[in-house]
Design a protein around this ligand. Sequence first.
Ligand code: GTB
Length: 217
Amino acid sequence: MVPTITAFERSPDRGRGLARDMRVRWALEEVGQPYDVRLLSFSDMKESAHRALHPFGQIPTYEEAGLVLFESGAIVLHIAQRHAGLLPEDANARARAIAWMFAALNTVEPPIVDRSMAVLLERDKRWYGERLPMLEDRVRVRLGELSSWLADAEWLEGAFSAADLLMVTVLRRLNGSGLVENYPNLTAYVARGEARPAYKRAFAAQLAVFASQPPNG
Ligand code: GTB
């Protein structure tokens, strides 16, 4: 059975690969698994039909025979466990790659999301000017640590894995901030991820959704 995922009908990023269905699309493309997409408006996501699949009324979800999943990290892990190519075969290396998947989502992404939310929602607050540098310092701490760890390695744990897939999508959320550019090895790391044919197919599919929507529909 071809799995079905959910995605924004009209993504706020105009289909630039920043919404979290991008991770799932990319993982499915990496393993060569075709998939269907059900597009949802913001109000569709809050309807009971979708909440039956996702307790928080969000995208992405993933449905296959007998299984419904939510949380992009859990979905990518599921795909990586069911198909070859996204996790190392060696048990210890696999455990470390999974640790990096958690690190991407639990340690690196939170300060990046805090910064994005401030930029998006708090610009008009009188304390914004003081808060943004503090949030950006927190992001810089994580980027510096990640940059030191990665050093001149191509990927986080040997060959490209689901850990890199998640980490690259997390770092891409800083596009336009200029923050990643201070770490040439991280800039090159993100570029390596974006150069993968599977990434390009996933990005094109997400962009095509946005492009197919009527301007104010
Ligand atoms: N932890 C969950 C996961 O990883 O799956 C978080 C899911 C989530 O945040 N989903 C968002 C959502 O459904 C879309 S991805 N939001 C609607 C709602 O909560 O009502 C977050 C996102 C959205 C848009 C951009 N962008 O435009 O740049 C980037 C990221």
